[in-house]
Design a protein around this ligand. Structure first.
Ligand SMILES: [Zn+2]
Length: 180
């Protein structure tokens, strides 16, 4: 938030914003000189899941940018007043009309460069009734050898699929932090 000219205070509407480190704080913040409101910026949380049905994994071909036309896991931004598990279930339904049951936490990824935290679950797809939601061009169930590895939308999709495969052979839980 370098250019404050066009910004208004979300609290009082004033344009008298400055960048300043509040007393006792560790970071520079955007502060309103009129009402003293501090506009904190925090990372966004993405919630999603690797959903399996028998030996197959649910993937969705993105209908929207970024990475339109490439394959991803059902995942998206957590909404206000939503639990992270509820968010993962909602995203699977929105993107693939998939009814899923969360099994366990698969991994968390900290994408520090874009201030994004991803929380990815392992989930069971409850039946094969899937179809493309509004954010998907196409949805499908893929065996491990059928996954379109060269057409995945994001590096984190690859991490999650790999972590999912690793978990098939172990009961340990790990927190993965930018594993590449
Ligand atoms: Zn203000």
């Amino acid at each position: 938030m370098d250019n404050l000219d066009k910004l208004f205070c979300v609290q009082c509407g004033s344009q008298s914003l400055i960048l300043k480190k509040p007393d006792g704080d560790t970071h520079v913040r955007t502060i309103c000189q009129n009402c003293n409101h501090i506009m904190y910026q925090n990372p966004k949380i993405v919630t999603g899941s690797v959903c399996s049905y028998k030996d197959k994994i649910l993937l969705c071909k993105r209908a929207i940018d970024p990475q339109k036309g490439l394959w991803t896991l059902p995942a998206g931004y957590l909404e206000i007043n939503e639990s992270i598990e509820e968010g993962a279930v909602r995203e699977a339904y929105e993107e693939a009309f998939a009814k899923i049951q969360i099994v366990r936490l698969l991994a968390t990824y900290s994408l520090k460069h874009i201030s994004q935290i991803q929380v990815i679950y392992e989930a069971k797809l409850l039946n094969e009734d899937i179809k493309a939601g509004i954010e998907s061009l196409e949805v499908g169930l893929f065996g491990w050898d059928e996954i379109p590895w060269d057409q995945l939308a994001f590096e984190s999709v690859r991490w999650a699929l790999r972590n999912f495969k690793e978990r098939q052979n172990s009961n340990t839980f790990d927190v993965f932090n930018n594993p590449n």
